[in-house]
Structures are given as C-alpha cells and as structure tokens.
Design a protein around this ligand. Sequence first.
Ligand SMILES: C[S@@+](CC[C@H](N)C(=O)[O-])C[C@H]1O[C@@H](n2cnc3c(N)ncnc32)[C@H](O)[C@@H]1O
Length: 203
Amino acid sequence: MTGPTKEFWEQRFAEGNTPWDRGASSPQLAAWLRSGVLKPCRILVPGCGSGYEVIDLALAGFEVTGLDYADEAIGRAHRRLEKADVDATLVQADVLAWQPDRAFDAIYEQTCLCALYPDQWREYADRLHRWIAPGGKLFALFMQWLREGAAEGNIQGPPYHCDVNAMRALFPEPSWAWPKPPYPRTTHPAGIAELAVVLERRG
Ligand SMILES: C[S@@+](CC[C@H](N)C(=O)[O-])C[C@H]1O[C@@H](n2cnc3c(N)ncnc32)[C@H](O)[C@@H]1O
C-alpha cells in the first residue's frame, strides 16, 4: 500500500516525532463550542491521536468516541481520560475498516484525512458520510500545506495538502451543504494552517 502505515504512526509516537501535537486542543474547537455551532451530542473524533479534543468534548458534556489505530495514541488518550476523570469511548481500529453500530450526530475531523494517502480519501469520505446521521455535521479542519513538489505533480506528505477544490469533490453538494467562504484559518505552532469548515450531511 502506498502511504503511511500503522507502523509509520507507531514509530512517530515512539520517537516523540509528533509535530502535529499541540499539547492541547485546537483553538478552533473552543471557537466552535463558544459560538454554539457545536453543541453536546454523540460525536466521533477519528484519528484522535493523544486525545485532547476527546477529553475537552467529554468535559463539555458530549458523548464522545475517539478512534485511532496506533497503540501509543490510544494509550495516551486513555491516560489523559483517567487523569481528567472523565468518560469517553476509545476504539483502536483502522478508519478504513471500522464500522460504528449506529450513526453519529457529528464528527470532528482534525488531521486524520490529511494523514491518509490521497488514494484513500474517497473511501474515507464515503465512510464519514455513512457515519453521520442525515442532518448531522462534519466539523472539518482541512490541512493547508501546498508543497513545492506539487507543481511537478508530486504527492507529498503526510500531512497531505487538502485543497478546497479537492474537498468539494470529496464532499460534494447536494450530499453535503457547504457554508459560503471565506473560512476561518486556524494556525498551528508548527507553522501550518487549517481551514475550518462545518459541513451538513444532506443526502
Ligand atoms: C497527524 S496525527 C493527528 C492526531 C490528532 N488528530 C491531532 O490533531 O493531534 C494522525 C493520527 O491519525 C491516526 N491514523 C492515521 N491513519 C489512520 C487509520 N487508517 N486509522 C486510524 N487512525 C489513523 C494516527 O495514528 C495519528 O494518531
């Protein structure tokens, strides 16, 4: 298979080579919570990593499921949940193989899509569509990191750049309702940025 494997992510955690890890939740999560667009519900966090968002959502009264296939990600998230003394479900599984027993009201997608090789995006996007109940929302942070090699057609990552045109093709209307741009840009201490877009599942 082309692209990062489970072993790749395990190694990144084992080496402490986790530049995506803010050591805290994304400020965009707090912004969505403050604005009231994200209200307590049954929510999934795929590729949850160390679990900061899982914990903050649980503390805010959500019924949260965190999903990741890396041992250390799930281990870290478990330890944080215990320390915070808060309940959430953690599932260790591949996002391209797992199936929930029922749909979620919302999904918080932060740096899982951009961690997958683009050949896998269609499969993942179809799963996100199935995992959200009609009328439910996808809180997406689309990674913006267009690298130089793209000009020659090279696919570079992870993280893989999530161009907004590609995102429209993956999450097309009328299956999804898109808000009008411009979208908020969330910056990251590692120097990268994400576009924050809330999509509603329609079809
Ligand atoms: C770049 S990290 C982001 C972690 C977290 N969302 C954050 O922003 O801190 C990507 C995470 O996705 C997980 N991941 C990548 N591919 C996956 C897959 N196919 N199934 C489940 N988890 C996956 C990795 O183990 C890693 O924890």
